[in-house]
Design a protein around this ligand. Sequence first.
Ligand SMILES: *Cc1c(COP(=O)(O)O)cnc(C)c1O
Length: 386
Amino acid sequence: MRFPLGKSSGEEKSKHPESSRKNFTVPRPIHAEIDLHALRHNLEVLREKAAGRTLWAVVKANAYGHGLENAVRAFEKADGLATIDLCDAERARKAGWKGRILLLEGFFDATDIEPLQKLDVETVIHSPWQIEILRAAKLMNVRCHVKVNSGMNRLGFLPVEVDGVVDMLDRIPGVSVMGVVTHFANAEPTYLGDAPASVGRQLTRMGRLAQTGASSCMANSAGILWHPEVGGSGVRAGVALYGVSPDAHISSEELGLIPAMTLKAKIIAIQEIAPGEVVGYGSRWTAKRRSRIAVVACGYADGYPRSMPDGAPVWVEGQLAPLTGSVSMDMLEIDVTDIPAAGLGTEVELWGKHLSVNRVAAACGTIGYELLCALARRVPVSVKEA
Ligand SMILES: *Cc1c(COP(=O)(O)O)cnc(C)c1O
């Protein structure tokens, strides 16, 4: 008999993220599968919804956990990449990205100015201290997008300050102002239109800055999907590009999106336990009947939240098995008493194509975004091409 955990012959060998060194060992049976076709498909869906506006593909947080290099390949047809720091911009350039790159929060320090220009990266300007840095620097050509605080109260200048800021920037040699950007706090349909920071209210605060013809980039995924009234010249698509609905109450399928990340791990042990027996650290879960408990090679050190409660769903052989007991660093346990097909070596899905990451996230009170980008470095990633 073949050892049930061995890789089947046709299976692609996963690349270990921490072993560019030539190891002859392979990691344990867990991997995240990244579907490039899904990423390309989602880009087309968003492209259509963006209706001619410049489409920035947001690739922050290692492309929401999908791997920046994978995103660079799949989003070849995007108009630009948007990210958070210059290290990511450098990585994107090294991966062959020749198009535009935007720093969503702009630069962080005077020492960023030189690499900013070398890498040909555009920057958001959200605070007076950034203008001071530009004034004091030797500039060739720095393309700036002025961030407007339209009601989220996180980053940006007030709409009434924008003319003055643009004026100041225009007077700095080597600076060109590309337009304004703002960000919506609540573009999901579950947020009510008359609540304090609705898209409608934020647009009102933007005033003429948001009107047609204005060079403005406002909509995130939710804005693109659900607010056709948001105009502007550009959009910034993030989570939807990865096939995940920005609103947990609406499914990817309804939006025509395909989840691009599937996290899978194998069952490495089975315990048959009697009623009254308990499972895992803290003995949180107690068997009410004779139970078949499967131990899965995925734990919180892989990015599966330790805060996950009993009953959280895991997809196994076409059914959902409930989590039983607290998640360990490297393992978790599920009840497969009612899933006889599940056994040693069975691959389960933690989230992905069959089980939406939003549903899993909701079980522990968070959103899909957080689980995607918390995928740990030690999880091997395999890339599916077609
Ligand atoms: C992350 C981010 C986006 C993308 O948001 P999604 O909800 O993932 O589409 C757009 N704009 C800014 C400023 C962001 O930080």
